[in-house]
Design a protein around this ligand. Structure first.
Ligand code: SF4
Length: 89
């Protein structure tokens, strides 16, 4: 699992400030990067309570994160959201 609490470059600090309150950093990676076919319900529940949810989701979309739950959405849900947004342009 990517360490969402330890940005590795200064210029990215502002973009990654949501990681300071990331609830996923307090759990194991298995919740947010489950085996295929496993439930994402608990991860999404935590995302729903996370202060940085919107920023996290936008980060994942911008960086084309392919795996895991980010900002409360699974890979498939992020892909669908990107397609919907692209369709509005
Ligand atoms: S929204 Fe979810 S994945 Fe993103 S930082 Fe919060 S708990 Fe982690």
């Amino acid at each position: 699992m990517e360490d969402r609490t330890a940005p590795d470059s200064a210029p990215a600090d502002a973009e990654l400030s949501w990681q300071e309150t990331a609830l996923c950093a307090q759990t194991g990676p298995e919740l947010f990067f489950p085996e295929p076919g496993s439930s994402t319900r608990e991860a999404k529940f935590l995302c729903g309570m996370c202060e940085g949810r919107v920023a996290c989701l936008e980060y994942a979309l911008r960086h084309d994160e392919r795996f895991g739950v980010w900002g409360g959405l699974s890979e498939q849900e992020r892909y669908a959201l990107k397609r919907r947004r692209a369709g509005r342009r």
